[in-house]
Design a protein. Structure first.
Length: 43
């Protein structure tokens, strides 16, 4: 998560999107990815 935040800080993203909304979106995508991998392992 920290490396994603650093890339966001270095990218040309509008100030409105830099706020917590972008962090919530990233966290949501990461949680869905983890849930997908958990579904693959449980069978």
């Amino acid at each position: 998560m920290t490396s994603i935040r650093e890339q966001v800080d270095l990218s040309d993203i509008p100030d409105v999107a830099r706020a917590s909304a972008l962090i919530f979106l990233i966290a949501g995508f990461l949680s869905m990815a983890v849930m997908g991998f958990a579904g693959l392992l449980s069978g």
